[in-house]
Write a protein that binds this ligand. Structure first.
Ligand SMILES: [Zn+2]
Ligand SMILES: [Zn+2]
Length: 253
């Protein structure tokens, strides 16, 4: 059992600092650590609040601070990666979801018993479908620089000969699509709560010249935080990347 290098609590969650490899109990502690110890690495950081919350909602739910930090993703050693195991649900399924090039599993970090979403990308499939794993690596690089309450945190990565694994924060309440299907009607207060958080995170991205490119209920994940659900977006792409691709295409004409 390790101790959080910021608040000195015994580690409940596992968040690595890519710059000094210290470990922290939460994204919050990691951000506080980075802002105090590696402040020269912060590219941008400010509050994003666009609307005044109504009386029923606590103001703190909407005061989200976002940071872009210039650091590479934390690469797990083989030993560190082996301390994660893939879990199965009660239907004996181990997949949380799947995308065009990836499968997402529920994983447990054995020493701390914390849950993570583990995204597995097959290098062989990536090579056949989009020629190069370079784009994925750039997206991983970008995603790991983003620190925002409503954006899922990229905890670490691991790579072997066949696969790339991305360890992500786990959202225990599933996605918004499933919630809409299940509930049919979602009350106005809940909708407002989700809406503000989605808009806050999009504002954070746009103000930093980043775009999401795939906003849909399936990509909006829900979590449980003091009974307030918060919404997490998965960043897909960035403006610069699109421009770069366009530029390459134009150059080839
Ligand atoms: Zn801490
Ligand atoms: Zn550090």
């Amino acid at each position: 059992m390790s101790i959080c290098q910021f608040c000195n609590l015994k580690i409940k969650l596992l968040f690595y600092c890519s710059l000094c490899r210290n470990q922290f109990c939460s994204t919050n502690c990691l951000i506080k650590h980075i802002t105090s110890k590696h402040s020269n690495k912060i590219i941008t950081g400010k509050n994003y609040t666009i609307l005044n919350p109504n009386d029923n909602l606590t103001k703190s739910s909407f005061n989200t601070q976002g940071y872009i930090i210039n650091m590479k993703p934390y690469k797990l050693t083989k030993e560190e990666f082996n301390s994660f195991e893939i879990l199965k649900n009660k239907n004996n399924e181990n997949q949380l979801g799947s995308g065009a090039f990836s499968k997402v599993y529920l994983g447990k970090h054995i020493p701390t018993e914390e849950l993570y979403a583990i995204k597995k990308l097959s290098k062989k499939e990536l090579k056949t479908k989009i020629d190069s794993i370079e784009i994925i690596n750039r997206e991983i690089d970008l995603h790991s620089k983003l620190y925002h309450k409503n954006i899922i945190h990229l905890v670490a990565t691991y790579e072997n000969e066949e696969n790339i694994f991305i360890i992500l924060e786990y959202s225990n309440k599933g996605d918004l699509y499933k919630l809409i299907r299940k509930k049919k009607i979602i009350d106005e207060k809940t909708c407002f709560n989700y809406f503000i958080q989605i808009v806050n995170s999009i504002l954070f991205l746009h103000e930093n010249n980043l775009i999401h490119r795939d906003i849909k209920p399936e990509n909006i994940l829900l979590n449980n935080n003091n009974e307030v659900n918060y919404v997490i977006l998965v960043v897909v792409s960035k403006v610069q990347l699109v421009i770069e691709q366009l530029f390459v295409e134009l150059m080839n004409i």
